[in-house]
Design a protein around this ligand. Structure first.
Ligand code: ADP
Length: 549
């Protein structure tokens, strides 16, 4: 029920929630806090929020000079770094819309989304010069290309007409710029889903949703970002706005450490140590690389204490290694592009404090508790809500002020079901409100009318010492519809047989969940955000014949 306007309205300042307010606040109240970036050029760049704010205003003037107006789209193809952060604030702060593009997408997909978004300006890192040169001819509506580098790194000639140098733009414009005020519901940033099936679709965040998400995600029950932290977002700024860290870190006044393009174990470890990083965030595959490097070289962290892991499930093996070997607290989080992205984060409640460690781990391994700003429920195939008992599983639906209401240009029609957004995930919720993802509904294995969740099967496989990565997929079966096939990547120099692996499942799962077969692969296909592409695996093993019992 919605009431008419109250006869007595509140009398607080009605200040729109705009992202420009975040960098303004950081520059004024945490002006000296540092932003450290490993540049594509290889060196380390260091400046402060005050400097960032100043250069963002110069860039805002430059964009104005290029004719970029309220609501126009400005794209970036860039790693995590200070120039990218300046663009975050200059573009959105001036009323235009920042479209962050995932450079790991197929070049045709990149051109598709640049055209779909009707980007007018494209800012890009040196790494992507060849890719941008190749696509500039088919991206007709892009009026200006800006290479984010120093003057001396500009190519002598380029196929891109009128290619501009970022540093020239900054140098030739004044920082005399006042952030404009406008409706907080205006579009702020645009992110495309990775489009594993069909074309990518755009999620268009508003200033209001972005600021609320920044507040909500910084809370102690969520990412707990404080001015005492040095935060290294490994998650890229092109992957759902680096999970909001480019906003929540400045509003908390924390030191920001950007890794640039160097995401291998050694480069990350060196930066964690050199900058005394305390907190980080990334998908499981990057932690895998870092952990392997550290184990091989018998290294420990001296300052790193807490990390968020999300994007795909964090296995018990990974959580145990980080917590027990390296003393890093793991916050398992879940979200999606359509949710800005944060939905849940896993931290314990007071009443869990006395539980034995293995019981606590079981709670922490779930995808977590809803963050205020997100409501969720699980429903059956008919849309009937299921109980929060930790075992009933169903389709997970969400709603809240930072959850999508429609895709950009209304692509795909109305995505909502009675005001709730269906996430495409299958989950349980326990009595304390902790949600656990069983699977994506398109990955779940349907065997004899029942569902087999692949995440559990994969988690067990990777807890075997000889297994580095595991993926489970459904293979067509004449009697049961589908049966699980386990695809394994072994640790270098280690061996394990099919029989040993299958025996390893004994006592850990219901008998009918046991994979019908195991195959060994050199690598798993990974998508642009570091997730295993199960659709590719299913395609690869389409003709696979399971052994008959
Ligand atoms: P895309 O869906 O395009 O790959 P997203 O980054 O939006 O890109 O992915 C969201 C999906 O990722 C969720 O719907 C869920 O299936 C999966 N996911 C995210 N975090 C987790 C997690 N902690 N555990 C398991 N799955 C997760």
């Amino acid at each position: 029920m919605t009431l008419p306007q109250s006869p007595l309205m509140g009398q607080m300042m009605n200040q729109p929630l705009l992202v420009s307010g975040i960098i303004e606040f950081a520059a004024r109240h945490f002006g000296d806090s540092q932003i450290v970036s490993r540049r594509v050029e290889g060196d380390i760049h260091r400046y402060t929020y005050r400097d960032c704010h100043q250069r963002a205003r110069r860039l805002a003037n430059a964009l104005h000079g290029m004719g970029v107006a309220l609501g126009d789209r400005v794209a970036t193809l860039a790693w995590n770094g200070y120039r990218h952060l300046e663009a975050y604030y200059a573009v959105s702060g001036s009323g235009a819309v920042l479209h962050t593009i995932n450079p790991r997408l197929h070049p045709e997909q990149i051109a598709y989304i640049v055209n779909h978004a009707e980007d007018q300006v494209l800012l890009f890192d040196l790494t992507f010069l060849p890719a941008v040169e190749a696509m500039s001819a088919i991206c007709k509506q892009v009026k200006h290309y800006v290479l984010m580098c120093d003057r001396d790194r500009m190519p002598a000639e380029s196929k891109i007409p009128g290619l501009l140098c970022y540093e020239d733009l900054i140098a030739s414009h004044s920082d005399d710029y006042e952030w404009p005020q406008f409706d907080e519901n205006s579009a702020c940033t645009l992110c495309y889903t990775s489009g594993t099936t069909g074309n990518p679709k755009g999620a268009l965040y508003s200033h209001r949703s972005t600021v609320l998400h920044a507040y909500g995600s910084a809370l102690p029950n969520a990412l707990n970002v404080t001015s005492r932290d040095a935060v290294l977002p490994v998650v890229p700024m092109f992957h759902v706005n680096a999970w909001g860290l480019p906003y929540s870190v400045p509003l908390s006044g924390a030191k920001m450490v950007f890794p640039g393009a160097a995401l291998d174990g050694k480069s990350l470890y060196d930066l964690f140590e050199a900058e005394q990083v305390t907190f980080s965030a990334g998908v499981p595959t990057v932690w895998l690389g870092l952990i392997n490097f550290m184990l091989q070289n018998k290294l420990k962290f001296s300052s790193f204490r807490r990390t968020v892991i999300g994007g795909s499930a964090c296995s018990p093996a990974m959580m145990n290694t980080l917590m027990d070997e390296f003393g890093v607290e793991v916050i398992h989080a879940w979200g999606m592009t359509e949710m800005s992205p944060l939905g849940t984060a896993g931290v314990l409640m007071g009443k869990h404090r006395e539980l034995p460690q293995d019981e606590q781990r079981k709670i922490l391994l779930k995808q977590g508790h809803a963050v205020y700003g997100v409501d969720m429920k699980i429903v059956d195939d008919d849309g009937k809500e299921l109980p929060w008992d930790g075992s009933s599983y169903g389709h997970l639906l969400v709603k809240g002020p930072w959850v999508i209401s429609a895709y950009y240009k209304d692509e795909g029609g109305d995505p909502l079901q009675n005001g709730w957004f269906p996430t495409g995930d299958v989950a349980t919720i326990d009595a304390d409100g902790y949600m656990q993802i069983t699977d994506r509904s398109k990955d779940v294995i349907k065997s004899g009318g029942e569902w087999i969740g692949t995440i559990d099967l994969e988690n067990i496989a990777v807890s075997h010492p000889a297994v580095m990565q595991a993926a489970c997929i459904g293979i067509a079966h004449p009697k049961w519809d589908e049966r699980p096939l386990l695809v394994i990547v072994r640790r270098p120099g280690m061996d394990v047989s099919r029989e040993e692996l299958l025996a390893f499942y004994e006592g850990k799962i219901a008998k009918w969940w046991l994979p019908d077969d195991v195959v060994f692969a050199d690598a798993l296909p990974l998508g642009g955000t570091g997730k295993v592409q199960k659709n590719k695996l299913r395609e690869q093993y389409k003709e696979y014949k399971l052994p008959t019992a």
